[in-house]
Design a protein around this ligand. Sequence first.
Ligand code: NAI
Ligand code: UGA
Length: 442
Amino acid sequence: MKLAVVGTGYVGLVTGVCLAEIGHHVTCIDIDEMKVEKMKKGIVPIYEPGLSELMNKNMAAGRLSFTSSHNEGFAGAEVVYIAVGTPQKDDGSANLTYVEQVAVTIAKTAKNETIVVTKSTVPVGTNDRLQTIINQNKLSPIKIEVVSNPEFLREGSAIYDSFHGNRIIIGANTEEAAQKIAEINKPFGIFIYKTDIRSAEMIKYASNAFLATKISFINEIANICERVGADVEKVAVGMGLDQRIGSAFLKAGIGYGGSCFPKDTKALIQIAGNVEYDFELLKGVVNVNRKQQRILLNKLRGIVGNFEGKKIAVLGLAFKPDTDDLREAPSILITNELINGGAQVYAYDPIAIENAKKTLNSSIIYVEKLEDALEKADAALILTEWSEIKNMEISLFKTMKNPIVLDGRNCFSLVQMQESNVDYHSVGRRVVRNGIKEVTEW
Ligand SMILES: NC(=O)C1=CN([C@@H]2O[C@H](COP(=O)(O)OP(=O)(O)OC[C@H]3O[C@@H](n4cnc5c(N)ncnc54)[C@H](O)[C@@H]3O)[C@@H](O)[C@H]2O)C=CC1
Ligand SMILES: O=C(O)[C@H]1O[C@H](OP(=O)(O)OP(=O)(O)OC[C@H]2O[C@@H](n3ccc(=O)[nH]c3=O)[C@H](O)[C@@H]2O)[C@H](O)[C@@H](O)[C@@H]1O
């Protein structure tokens, strides 16, 4: 089938490429002409494992093309996907400007019967509003029907998730439209759940909010574990063995970041607030996450006093491994506070440095090898569990002025650290000092 995808960010580009891979003819449209030029040359503008190979394969097969012209992209397309951003506004609600602009463009450009599929994460009721916008702006009496098809991929494993997701959600007003979108997705072989539009929109927010809740929950358990001498890694394994709980998303650390959990949790609080419902639990989840992002700073202050003149190695900047994305990453807050406190920050990240230069404090010194960050450092902070960091030689910590390591992602086992002579502080576990595991006095 001939399809168009509007927006070529993490979601749009992956969607376009994967739909081409299962045999559809896809044109991806973006208003960013520089991005489009790159993609036409086969260059992927983001870092996402496996995407480049799959994109080039489908371009070569003649199933995937790129344009900055909506007119060109929509020509002959039976289905148009909307995958533009829905960023957070100052009050926490979702900014729907881009999605609405696309709806107007579709209404004014579409020449044949079209199904508009919203992939972007949008508040409950938005798709109904998009339908109204389209109906009001249509230039001819052709049928244009809006369908909700929220996206559940994760950055860093987006291609894998597209082919191995647990479910595809289709929210539609008519069985005919739902069936057509189901047919498009059939080759993925993933379970399809058809529902009404508003429930589909809510499934997306509720899913992200629930996963964020699991993270904040285990982080609070971790903070208690530190005080009572339990080990959160073992607690998470023990909890996860109960299939009603499940082992996923119980990894304690310095909180969730990224382009979605922070924004979608706040948007859901707003969605509830708009109908005068106080979503107390989710407010707690957001607050816990805000505090959790600071725990390494608090621990570091407790150990070294103030940051003035200290060389601090920061290992990992992306909000999670296998992505170059720094949106809402704990590294933003942490490096800012270190620098404002007078520290010299030497930062290492295998992939995200180019983005970091655009986002983080300009005083940060970036290094290409993690050993350069560690050499003569007063302390090291681990913010992302990149495999390069998890698999590093522990002996490299010995090149530090003081081998003090604050690990925000529990990259190393305590046994490993007991053998290393490193002063090791992780999350929800005992401190290792001089090879001995201690419960810190709080
Ligand atoms: N990033 C992720 O992992 C996931 C994101 N989502 C949701 O998907 C949506 C998109 O997110 P991302 O891909 O991260 O966004 P992004 O910000 O990376 O990309 C959006 C793209 O849309 C383009 N764009 C904006 N207006 C346009 C227009 N009128 N015509 C054509 N192109 C236009 C921009 O130039 C940009 O390239 C958001 O609603 C997000 O919440 C959902 C699941 C996963
Ligand atoms: O709506 C979205 O954009 C996406 O948001 C998340 O995907 P993503 O943000 O790419 O990454 P995750 O792997 O979910 O991690 C998010 C954050 O939570 C943290 N996390 C995750 C899991 C965990 O156990 N502990 C934990 O602290 C990660 O370090 C990271 O900062 C969801 O997992 C996707 O299903 C969803 O489609």
